[in-house]
Write a protein that binds this ligand. Structure first.
Ligand code: DQA
Length: 144
């Protein structure tokens, strides 16, 4: 099973950006952790990161031809991007939204996710484990 892990804006700065909120792993280290844990579940992941909204829309469109599902951390776009929400709804493969931090317990603007409504589910606040659990949710959804 092939899954795309899509990281949104500013996640390229993991490790140096707000480490008390997002942890000390760099994006490269996080991707290694995700790939290692996914392979135990028989899942082959490809990890991509984009800062641009349109790039994320394009990556979602392309994913529908290649991947069984997507694990998406939309970053701050989660809170206002109807373009990404529409893309998720349009592609016809399951998308699980993830957040490293617990967005429900942070600033008010982070408590709304317009992209989550288009996703099959959300895992938030568990650091790297958010991604592992999202991959395992996709395995369950896709083998049901
Ligand atoms: C985030 C939470 C967002 O509110 C924030 O803008 C991010 C990261 C997370 O993984 O916790 O960039 O998506």
């Amino acid at each position: 099973m092939r899954v795309l892990v899509l990281h949104g804006p500013n996640l390229n700065l993991l490790g140096e950006r707000d480490p008390e909120v997002y942890g000390r792993q760099t994006l490269e280290q996080l991707n290694e952790t995700i790939a290692r844990e996914a392979s135990k579940a028989g899942v082959e992941v490809t990890c991509e990161q984009y800062n641009g909204e349109g790039q994320i829309v394009d990556a979602l469109h392309a994913a529908r031809k290649t991947y069984a599902g997507v694990v998406l951390n939309p970053g701050a776009y989660a809170h206002y991007s109807y373009a990404i929400a529409d893309a998720i709804a349009a592609i016809g493969i399951p998308v699980i939204e993830v957040h490293l931090s617990n967005v429900a317990g942070r600033e008010v603007f982070r408590r709304t996710s317009v992209t989550a409504a288009a996703c099959r589910g959300v895992v938030s606040g568990l650091g790297a484990a958010s991604y592992r659990l999202a991959v395992s949710a996709l395995v369950e959804i896709l083998s049901a």
